[in-house]
Design a protein around this ligand. Structure first.
Ligand code: NAD
Ligand code: AHE
Ligand code: ZN
Length: 369
């Protein structure tokens, strides 16, 4: 079948709106009609060419919502008409990782996913007879996409897709980082570096956890208003200070914060986030994704004196088990999604979503088909 799609033919170039050919879903696969997709900084990261797993030409997008159109052989957990959110972190329930009870990092389809292909090693997308790669097991920048059955969460059909698509990445990642990775407790102090979709979701999660002080840090002060609305108590622009930002946070708090979160993808800020954590027990959670060749560093003394460095993917959330409940929570007003959707665009204007992000004007632009 034909599908309207935004294709990244080359790193560093705008996406091209074309009509792709999409092959039918094979065994264990599902054809999904995407109705809405968010644009996450990770899409821009991969488009930039900095992603070690980046492949071109590719259909990017991993923060979508849609409806099942058709299923391949052996698919039993979803049927045509079901409303779904594609998952870049699958949940097969069978692998060592799923069964461990310790992680959400299912490996059922991860190896082929990282190579831009379906589990049988081939792509379902083609353009002018040439294969086009899949992305993160989702490829939500195509109206019709094929994903593995284990990469789909079935959700309430009455949910607002323009908002719940954000549970496909940004909002879930931030909320989960607070709840599952850091396990923030009532009264704890929190510092959040970077106030995009991820950082603001961390702030929302910290407020839900009844954190005490929530320090919001961004070089773009325009982000502070929304951070305040989500519950941040203190606002710091590193550009207003001539000393290292970790020193500023430690001075503000006495000994540092109980939990810090890096939501940018800047290895220098990752160091600052670790070093502003409380002596003896503070922990820092890396959420941001850094480019090929970049590495983190700190004085080992920072760890010797009791700080812990951690990271999180999709907030530690198991998508098939947990996303349906999070969608219900959003519908019940327990999770706020509307404030994240600062812009909407049609597919033909998807490149504006990247421009708005780079200009610091948007939190999330949601693209509708
Ligand atoms: P975004 O671009 O919307 O937000 C980033 C924010 O960081 C912006 O507000 C920007 O002004 C701010 N910033 C940039 N440099 C800064 C600095 N030096 N100091 C302070 N603030 C600074 O991005 P996003 O969509 O919120 O994504 C954030 C990061 O999280 C990206 O690296 C993305 O790839 C990553 N991410 C990771 C996961 C995961 O599962 N680990 C999931 C989603 C996104
Ligand atoms: N491909 C990159 C790493 C990219 C990365 O870390 N992705 C995050 C999700 S970002 C969502 O916006 C993640 O979940 N990683 C775990 C995984 O299994 O992909 C690289 O460095 O190679
Ligand atoms: Zn993302």
């Amino acid at each position: 079948m034909k599908s309207r799609a935004a294709v990244a033919f080359e790193a560093g170039k705008p996406l091209s709106i074309v009509e792709l050919d999409v092959a039918p879903p094979q065994k264990g696969e599902v054809l999904v009609r995407i109705t809405h997709t968010g644009v996450c900084h990770t899409d821009a990261f991969t488009l930039s060419g900095d992603d070690p797993e980046g492949l071109f030409p590719v259909v990017l997008g991993h923060e979508g919502a849609g409806v099942v159109e058709a299923v391949g052989e052996g698919v039993t957990s979803v049927k045509p008409g079901d409303h779904v959110i594609p998952l870049y972190t699958a949940e097969c329930g069978q692998c060592l990782f799923c069964k461990s009870g310790k992680t959400n990092l299912c490996v059922a389809v991860r190896a082929t996913q990282g190579k831009g292909v379906m589990p049988d090693g081939t792509t379902r997308f083609s353009y002018n007879g040439k294969p086009v790669y899949h992305y993160m097991g989702c490829s939500t920048f195509s109206e019709y996409t094929v994903v593995a059955e284990v990469s789909l969460a079935r959700i309430n059909p009455n949910a607002n897709p323009e908002q719940v698509c954000l549970l496909g990445c940004g909002v879930t990642t931030g909320l989960g980082a607070v709840k599952n990775t850091a396990r923030v407790q009532e009264g704890d102090s929190v510092a959040v570096f970077g106030l995009g979709g991820i950082g603001l979701a961390v702030i929302q999660g910290a407020q839900m956890a009844k954190a005490g002080r929530i320090i919001a840090i961004d070089t773009n002060p325009a982000k502070f208003e929304l951070a305040k609305a989500f519950g941040a108590t203190d606002f710091v622009n590193p550009k207003d200070h001539d000393r290292p930002i970790q020193q500023v946070i430690v001075e503000m708090t006495g000994w540092g914060v109980d939990h810090s979160f890096e939501c940018i993808g800047n290895v220098g800020v990752m160091r600052a986030a670790l070093e502003c954590a409380h002596r003896g027990w503070g922990q820092s959670i890396i959420i941001g994704v850094a480019g090929a060749g970049q590495e983190i560093s700190t004085r080992p003394f920072q760890l010797v004196t009791g700080r812990t460095w951690k990271g999180t993917a999709f907030g530690g959330v198991k998508g098939r088990s947990e996303l349906p409940g999070m969608v219900e929570d959003a519908m019940a007003g327990k999770i706020q999604l509307a404030p994240f959707v600062t812009h909407t665009r049609s597919l033909t204007d998807i490149n504006e979503a990247f421009d708005l992000m780079h200009e610091g004007k948007s939190i999330r632009t949601v693209v509708r088909y």
